[in-house]
Write a protein that binds this ligand. Sequence first.
Ligand SMILES: [Zn+2]
Length: 70
Amino acid sequence: MTVHPIGVEVTCDGPGEQRDCPDSAAIRAGFGSITARQVRADGRSDGWTVRRAPGRLLDVCPNCRTHPTP
Ligand SMILES: [Zn+2]
């Protein structure tokens, strides 16, 4: 049986706590990026940011980052 690593999908958590990302954006993982840490590293080069929240991390796409919650 062949195992195909599907990796992880890191999606945008939106501009705010109660708001969804209007684009439903997800980081395009680079070749060989399997873990969330690796995919986030790919995202950073595309302008994604990671915000710390209690107990978890919020991934924010470049679009949401530039249009924060008022
Ligand atoms: Zn977004």
